[in-house]
Design a binder for this molecule. Structure first.
Ligand SMILES: [Zn+2]
Length: 59
């Protein structure tokens, strides 16, 4: 219930740095910067996040 305050649209997603550690794609950051300047999870080392927000679609 106390969760949710973590989210901010201005911060990059939360990568698993343990997975990113040896990644050459993101150099350990777990995120990469797209051509648009957005941060997104590194596809090389991070598990695929949900593709876009499917609002209200909880299975
Ligand atoms: Zn990576």
């Amino acid at each position: 219930m106390a969760y949710g305050a973590h989210r901010s649209p201005f911060l990059p997603p939360h990568p698993d740095l343990t997975l990113a550690r040896d990644c050459e794609q993101c150099l350990g950051w777990g995120t990469v910067v797209t051509r648009d300047g957005d941060h997104e999870l590194c596809r090389m080392c991070q598990p695929s996040p949900d593709d876009e927000n499917t609002a209200g679609s909880t299975s």
